[in-house]
Design a protein around this ligand. Structure first.
Ligand SMILES: [Zn+2]
Length: 348
């Protein structure tokens, strides 16, 4: 029997039941499965746009904005395709509690892998195959949230006039994504201009409002000139290091060192995201005599920890040169599942 990897809806009539209750009711109705939705455009075939959300089950803003958009039942001159990702993680142990489940992979790391051993990977492959049948895909946005305090920003998988123009439509700040991580936007970037948009912190009404604004601009804009767009976001950054806590180290944000806590990170550092951590800033404490618990790896895989951080005799960990952190998180789970933060530099 062929398995159903994701729900498939075409047109608003098929969405009536799904959209009749709350955002959470809709999640429950999806019964742990992702959904791919197509709203046919008013001008026939040949033009399409794509929006995805909830690839991370704890990131609610894009999902709420997408449902708000669908409830309006607007029709566009292009086919609108929508993907709702990790419904299962979003429904477990409360609403929007998990980026992904312990027995799952990260849903934004499984695209184009070509080795579909798991249900999630088969789903990603099947969605990509279906998206591959769309003609005239003009652009795509993938909506996310941060777990730490960041200004909203667009993430560019490739440096191109089209992606920069699309990023400028979405946010004032942009980050050039240096990872090769099998993210959805990386794979789609072969087909059309695409950006991921980090809409601010999880669970805030202001983040959902930002996501709604992104969708409104994305759906209203004439994107046909995007490939030669002169538009640029005001602030463009590129990530040059990924900072993690060594896996064997137990840690927390704030609090005290103890027999079972090896590292205490200074709370509130996420307020410096896309700002400055000046040289000498203390960002945490380890036990005296312990080795450096942080790692800073360049995008090329080089260990640059010693160039970025220093461990002082009293166990304090200081920034050894002026650094700009980005995407710094405030939760242990997120730091384990992605990273503690990235280091960014301005790009001209
Ligand atoms: Zn995300």
């Amino acid at each position: 029997m062929k398995e159903t990897l994701y729900h498939r809806f075409t047109g608003y009539d098929e969405l009536t039941d799904l959209l009749s209750g709350s955002d959470e009711d809709a999640l429950a109705a999806l019964d742990h499965k992702p959904a791919l939705i197509c709203i046919t455009g008013s001008e026939g075939q040949g033009r399409a746009r794509f929006v995805s959300c909830l690839l991370h089950g704890n990131e609610d803003s894009g999902y709420r904005a997408v449902l708000d958009m669908l409830r309006r039942k607007d029709t566009y001159p292009f086919d609108l395709w929508v993907f709702i990702g990790n419904v299962r993680a979003a429904c477990q142990e409360g609403w929007f509690a998990h980026r992904y489940q312990d027995d799952q992979e990260d849903f934004n790391r499984v695209w184009g892998l070509g080795h579909p051993t798991t249900r999630m990977r088969r789903c990603a492959d099947a969605v990509l195959a279906e998206l591959g049948t769309i003609s005239g895909l003009e652009a795509a946005v993938d909506l996310h949230n941060n777990t730490g305090d960041n200004p909203p920003y667009a993430v560019l998988p490739v440096w191109s006039d089209a992606c920069l123009g699309l990023a400028a439509l979405c946010a004032d700040t942009a980050m050039v994504w240096g990872l090769k991580a099998n993210a959805l936007m990386e794979v789609l970037s072969d087909r059309c201009p695409v950006v991921a948009v980090e809409c601010g912190m999880i669970g805030l009404a202001s983040s959902t409002a930002f996501a709604m604004g992104v969708l409104e601009r994305f759906l209203a804009a004439d994107l046909r000139g995007l490939r030669t767009s002169p538009e640029r976001p005001l602030f463009i950054w590129e990530m040059n290091h990924r900072v993690t806590v060594r896996p064997e180290v137990s840690f927390g944000f704030g609090g005290m060192l103890s027999d079972c806590v090896d590292l205490v990170l200074a709370p509130g550092l996420d307020a410096t995201n896309f700002g400055l951590l000046p040289r000498g800033t203390i960002i945490g404490h380890a036990h005296c005599g312990a080795a450096m618990p942080l790692m800073a790896m360049s995008m090329q895989g080089q260990d640059d920890t010693e160039r970025c951080f220093a461990l002082q005799d009293d166990g304090s960990i200081v920034v050894s040169r002026d650094l700009t952190p980005a995407m710094m998180t405030t939760t242990v789970a997120q730091a384990r599942r992605d990273c503690l933060f990235y280091l960014a530099r301005r790009r001209a």
